[in-house]
Design a binder for this molecule. Structure first.
Ligand code: SF4
Length: 744
């Protein structure tokens, strides 16, 4: 196929003829141009393929041209127009290759973009090797493909295979760099060749996407490990096709709509729509109360419905912890029954399950449902609707007047006061529910209202003492109900139903025992547990405990830590991440850092944005992060060379579930600090420390800026969890010596 790619250059277009994928001939403005199909970045003209729109439709997850260039390894914004045209032409060819494997519906949707004379390249029949016979063969092939031979990864995979074979529930702890993902995916895929269904649950949607888009396709193409698979996220992550069609009436430009139609036809989720404005994404989310279900005329092509159906039919389903929790709460309605379960980042499972099995209500939940009804001109119901609105406002005003700022448990007297206040709201909701039942027209809104009323009553009056009632007040207020004991739920609804389960993470144990986590998850104390340290070398890593600093609660602490950071930057002008547990301390430290290049969470942006900006900064630079920076942050090599822990991460004692758990432990005659706060803090510290060494060649220094670690009796629990023996230092001079050992 021959075509011209051209761009405007100082007012006149320059172009290159591409023939058989190779740039062939340069065209200057004054020369005659052959009559070939044309593609351009600018300007957009009818009959000419718009590359900006094509790229957006093919790679909607790439926010801009610079990021696309990085992804494709091309300089798409070169100042030299010839180089720019050539790079754009190559990107066009890559886009056409990319869509070869797309489903027919998505190719058809994308074809609408093509001007006359263009056709998409035909799909290629998949070519994949025959699957390996066993684990040995699979790993031999993996190593032949250039993967480094990691003894621990092979051992880890053998344990996974053994557990699947024997039907065991095992806890596998493996440090960063072990290669856990292939370590469990390969034996799992091999096992599924013999039959059965499996669910893999990750903590984050990012890891879910990595397994789905990168790891599983790679194993299929390179090792022949093909498993019929599906990806399932929460339904609000999918686009509602009906609302997308409605947007066409609202003058939303085609530059937005076409890529979204292609996205829906590919059954992709909204996490990929990086190009779209947040308001547009919100407009399009599948929300249960506005979904018309089977009555919807787009039911057949509905991405959310198709994703759920695909998940129930697939042999391997990739979900996140939250979806796993929803499936548990709904008796496997989402995923159907399965034989094997792999939970990655399993240290975070209890929290995610508690959230999924619990309830959280805020003043923002009911209004969208009522707004849907308003739009429908309900006639007689208008009055009842008004009543609900008024009672809703009154109820949440009462909640605001009762709940102080912060988070806490809802005491019984407060709960009964609010239950009384919720009476008029529940009565008004009941009238509305009855009126809608009579009309039989809006089953989804009716179901939403019934669920809301039921949840409100449960939050204020739970059926047993196994639930923790709580409030949270920040910019706005929320009420919630969280199960106290997960062990019972899991022992009834999960463990007896699966043949085997793998719970894995880099941090499962405290003082080399997984007892804390296994008890929480309802597993026996002697559940099989295996642990492998990170294969990365820690020879170039030093840990120092800064015993000379005031204790973290002391008023002089923020200034002392800031002075120390300035000193560190002078001696070692590298990139530094400081992990905080409290926003107030972060803010105070930040106020003393005006003359040092830094970014702070909550002041300069939120996590993902801050990480991007931090990566782009030249050293020295300091990043001050809160809770969300303790896990899942990947800054290899020179992107991070010093990690500072501003305070040992003990959980806040007033955290409602923690307070209730502590109460229960005390009632059992157990020590709540030793049994609860300490293990939680050790696990979290281990997670935090894992941010520093991300590749085999990483080096650096960890500074624990909490002098309590040098003196308190709980020291051994933390010290035994550190990857190298720490030095206790008392003065800036001693600190300088430690820094110079690494940054000579
Ligand atoms: S079935 Fe529901 S989510 Fe799907 S397109 Fe229709 S209204 Fe939207």
């Amino acid at each position: 196929m021959e075509f011209i790619v051209f761009v405007e250059s100082a007012g006149s277009p320059v172009g290159i003829v591409f023939s058989k994928g190779i740039p062939k001939e340069r065209l200057k403005p004054e020369e005659p141009w052959p009559a070939l199909p044309r593609a351009t970045w600018e300007p957009k003209e009818p009959g000419i393929l718009s590359l900006s729109l094509l790229f957006r439709a093919v790679w909607p997850d790439v926010p801009d041209l610079q990021a696309l260039g990085k992804k494709l390894g091309l300089t798409l914004e070169d100042a030299d127009p010839w180089k720019r045209v050539e790079a754009l032409g190559k990107a066009l060819l890559m886009a056409l290759e990319e869509v070869r494997s797309w489903p027919m519906a998505a190719r058809k949707e994308l074809s609408r973009l093509l001007p006359e004379g263009w056709t998409l390249p035909h799909p290629l029949p998949p070519s994949r090797p025959t699957p390996p016979a066993d684990l040995d063969e699979a790993f031999n092939r993996l190593w032949k493909k250039g993967f480094s031979q990691r003894k621990t990864q092979r051992e880890y995979a053998a344990k996974v295979a053994e557990a699947l074979e024997r039907g065991e529930i095992v806890l596998l702890e493996a440090g960063p760099g072990t290669g856990k993902t292939f370590g469990y995916l390969i034996p799992l895929a091999l096992s599924l060749q013999k039959g059965g269904r499996a669910v893999v649950a990750t903590r984050t949607r990012t890891l879910q996407d990595q397994l789905w888009k990168k790891d599983l396709p790679w194993l299929e193409e390179n090792l022949g490990l093909r498993v019929e698979r599906a990806l399932l996220k929460g339904r609000e992550n999918y686009l509602c096709l009906r609302r997308l069609m409605e947007l066409e009436q609202r003058l939303v430009p085609e530059e937005m709509l076409l890529p979204l139609r292609v996205l829906a036809a590919r059954n992709a989720d909204l996490d990929e729509a990086a190009f779209a404005d947040p308001w547009l994404i919100e407009e399009l989310r599948d929300r249960p109360w506005r979904c018309q279900g089977q009555r919807c005329r787009f039911w057949g092509g509905c991405p959310s419905r198709r994703a759920r159906d695909a998940a129930r039919a697939a042999k391997l389903v990739i979900v996140n912890h939250a979806v796993l929790g929803v499936d548990l709460a709904t008796e496997n309605a989402l995923l159907g029954e399965y034989d094997y379960l792999v939970v990655d980042e399993a240290h975070a499972l209890p929290q995610a399950l508690r959230e999924a099995l619990g309830i959280e209500l805020s003043p923002k939940d009911l209004p969208p449902l009522l707004a849907e009804l308003h739009q429908m001109d309900q006639g007689e119901e208008t009055k009842i609707l008004e009543e609900v609105n008024v009672r809703h406002r009154e109820f949440w005003d009462a909640v605001r007047s009762l709940c102080p700022f912060g988070r806490g448990r809802l005491k019984p007297e407060a709960a009964s006061f609010l239950l009384k206040n919720a009476g008029p709201l529940c009565a008004a909701l009941e009238s509305l529910i009855l009126a809608l039942k009579k009309k039989e027209t809006e089953p989804e809104i009716l179901a939403g209202l019934m669920a809301y009323k039921d949840e409100l009553e449960r939050v204020l009056s739970p059926e047993s003492g196994e639930w923790v009632q709580w409030f949270s007040r920040d910019e706005d207020v929320a009420l919630g109900l969280t199960p106290l004991d997960l062990a019972d739920v899991l022992n009834q609804k999960l463990w007896p139903k699966v043949k085997a389960a793998i719970l894995t993470s880099a941090t499962l144990s405290v003082a080399r025992s997984p007892r804390f986590l296994s008890t929480k998850l309802g597993l026996p104390e002697d559940a099989p547990f295996f642990s492998w340290p990170s294969p990365f070398s820690y020879e170039q890593v030093r840990i120092a405990i800064l015993a000379g600093l005031p204790e973290p609660d002391h008023e002089d602490y923020p200034q002392a830590l800031a002075s120390l950071l300035k000193r560190v930057v002078e001696v070692a002008p590298v990139k530094i991440l400081v992990l905080f547990t409290a926003k107030r301390t972060l803010a105070s430290v930040r106020s003393f850092l005006a003359d040092v290049p830094h970014l702070a969470q909550g002041f300069d942006g939120e996590r993902d944005q801050l990480l991007q900006r931090f990566k782009a900064m030249s050293p020295p630079a300091i990043l001050l992060g809160l809770e969300s920076f303790w896990e899942g942050v990947d800054l290899p090599g020179k992107e991070l060379e010093i990690l500072v822990v501003a305070r040992l991460p003990f959980p806040h004692p007033a955290e409602p579930v923690l307070e209730a758990e502590a109460e229960r432990l005390r009632a059992q005659g157990l020590n709540e600090f030793r049994e609860l706060s300490l293990p939680l803090a050790v696990l979290k510290l281990r997670q935090g420390l894992g941010r520093l060494v991300r590749t085999p060649t990483d080096r650096g220094v960890i500074l624990i800026a909490d002098s309590r670690l040098a003196s308190r009796p709980y020291r051994p629990a933390f010290l035994s969890s550190l990857p190298v023996a720490p030095k206790i230092i008392h003065s800036p001079e001693e600190l300088e010596v430690v820094l110079r050992e690494v940054f000579r």
